[in-house]
Write a protein that binds this ligand. Structure first.
Ligand code: COS
Length: 395
């Protein structure tokens, strides 16, 4: 069992501690991180079991639509992701994508959209996906070219999306497209597209180092009713950013879960491996490495739960979420690398726990805003704050 002393931090209340304890017990009894021969099926199974056990209720907002609370509790989803990630990367993925894929519906859906989609997402009977990236527009969201033109009571979508998690198994996709109200970021809109909509197809399934359902999507004359629009036309960029503001913090939490698992593995090895008539853990060089791992984990946890707590207070967290995501994912990569080193040759054997973590962590430094995008966000916000301070002093 990993260090749980952080649960005593003032960011949490008793409901969070209870949630974490119950989830830990459930995960220990129900989650297996064995090799999954069929990743799609494993993912569907995780969604179904997380839904049946009630954990997906935390991924959506609105008690009338199956949500645990009216507003998503960011600390709860972070604790869920951290705990699930410690047990299984794919279980965490299944939970996270239900939240990210339906986040825009929670934030901006009409009562009808929420009832139709969120209820099933929370029950684990519908799988959600978030379709933002394109072959030529990943970090630069405002450059997207997938088009949505209004035609009578419909919008017609044409173009492609790529790197779409749950692509191929999702029941619906929240798709961002250029509707053209204005150039750049002010001319995008968000739509809910059901997987069976004519004109929608999976163009390609993509295999990655830590297998999970992933695809390139193609829209060809794909007609969706105007009732599928989320928020107002032209608001798509902000809808995407607001969704990412919630879930980027939870990516940090998942990285934290992976890092805690890696430290546990490293400790188990270091305290039992005989070497030069003592144990690996008796060498100061090992202790130094363990100290760096433990400190990096606490730094990540502080930033992650600061951002989560701040959002739960109703404050803007664009900067804090970026700091948490950047730090926790980069640190987890280092912690896991150190765990592999401590395990030596065994650490690179296929499907060894630390070898799996080594593959699992890599994508987190890229998706939902690469580290470089987080740096851009933090840098811009730091400069803005400085300029505002200067302007206020000059008045
Ligand atoms: N919440 C609400 N509104 C936001 C926002 C946020 N978090 N961030 C930006 N906006 C608004 C801005 O206020 C601005 O509004 P106005 O047009 O009214 O002035 C508008 O959105 C455009 O913002 P900005 O000028 O900062 O946009 P940029 O095109 O420069 O892009 C980055 C900013 C790079 C931060 C953005 O494109 C991004 O996050 N990229 C990474 C995307 C990503 O995570 N991709 C992975 C896909 S999910 S796996």
């Amino acid at each position: 069992m990993s260090d749980a002393s952080y649960l005593g931090w003032p960011f949490f209340d008793d409901s969070h501690r209870k949630l974490q304890a119950e989830l830990e017990a459930w995960a220990a009894a129900n989650i297996s991180d064995d090799h999954h021969a069929d990743t799609d099926q494993a993912c569907r199974d995780f969604v179904a079991s997380l839904g049946a056990a009630g954990w997906l209720r935390y991924a959506v907002g609105g008690t009338a639509n199956g949500g645990q609370y009216d507003v998503i509790d960011t600390r709860a989803i972070c604790l869920l992701r951290e705990t699930l990630a410690r047990h299984s990367g794919l279980a965490d993925f299944a939970f996270a994508m239900q939240g990210l894929g339906s986040g825009a519906v929670t934030l901006h859906g009409t009562a009808e959209q929420k009832q139709r989609y969120l209820t099933r997402v929370a029950a684990g009977t519908a799988i959600a996906a978030f379709a933002l990236s394109e072959p030529n527009s990943g970090s630069d969201v405002a450059a997207m070219s997938c088009a949505a033109r209004a035609e009578g009571d419909h919008y017609v979508l044409d173009g492609e999306k790529t790197w779409i998690s749950n692509g191929g198994i999702a029941d619906f996709y929240v798709v961002f497209a250029r509707s053209g109200e204005a150039p750049g970021s002010r001319g995008l809109s968000a739509f809910i597209v059901d997987a069976e909509t004519p004109g929608f197809e999976i163009a390609e399934r993509i295999n990655v180092i830590a297998p999970h359902p992933l695809a390139r999507l193609r829209f060809t004359n794909c007609r969706v009713p105007k009732s599928a629009l989320l928020a107002s036309p032209g608001q798509g960029f902000k809808v995407a950013m607001q969704t990412l503001d919630i879930f980027r913090t939870s990516v940090a939490a998942a990285a934290l879960g992976f890092a805690r698992h890696a430290l546990d593995e490293a400790l188990a090895r270091a305290t039992t491996r005989p070497m030069f008539n003592q144990k690996l853990a008796d060498f100061q060089i090992t202790q130094t490495r363990l100290a760096q791992m433990a400190t990096g984990i606490d730094i990540s946890a502080l930033l992650t739960y600061r951002a989560a707590w701040q959002r739960d207070q109703g404050q803007n967290v664009t900067r804090e979420a970026a700091m948490a995501k950047m730090t926790a994912t980069e640190t987890a990569q280092q912690v896991i690398d150190a765990a592999v080193q401590i395990w030596g040759g065994l650490g690179v054997v296929s499907d060894h726990p630390v070898e799996k973590l080594y593959r699992e962590i890599r994508a987190l430094r890229i998706y939902e805003g690469a580290t470089e995008v987080q740096q851009l966000i933090i840098g811009r916000q730091t400069l803005n704050a400085w300029e505002q301070q200067q302007a206020a002093q000059q008045q």
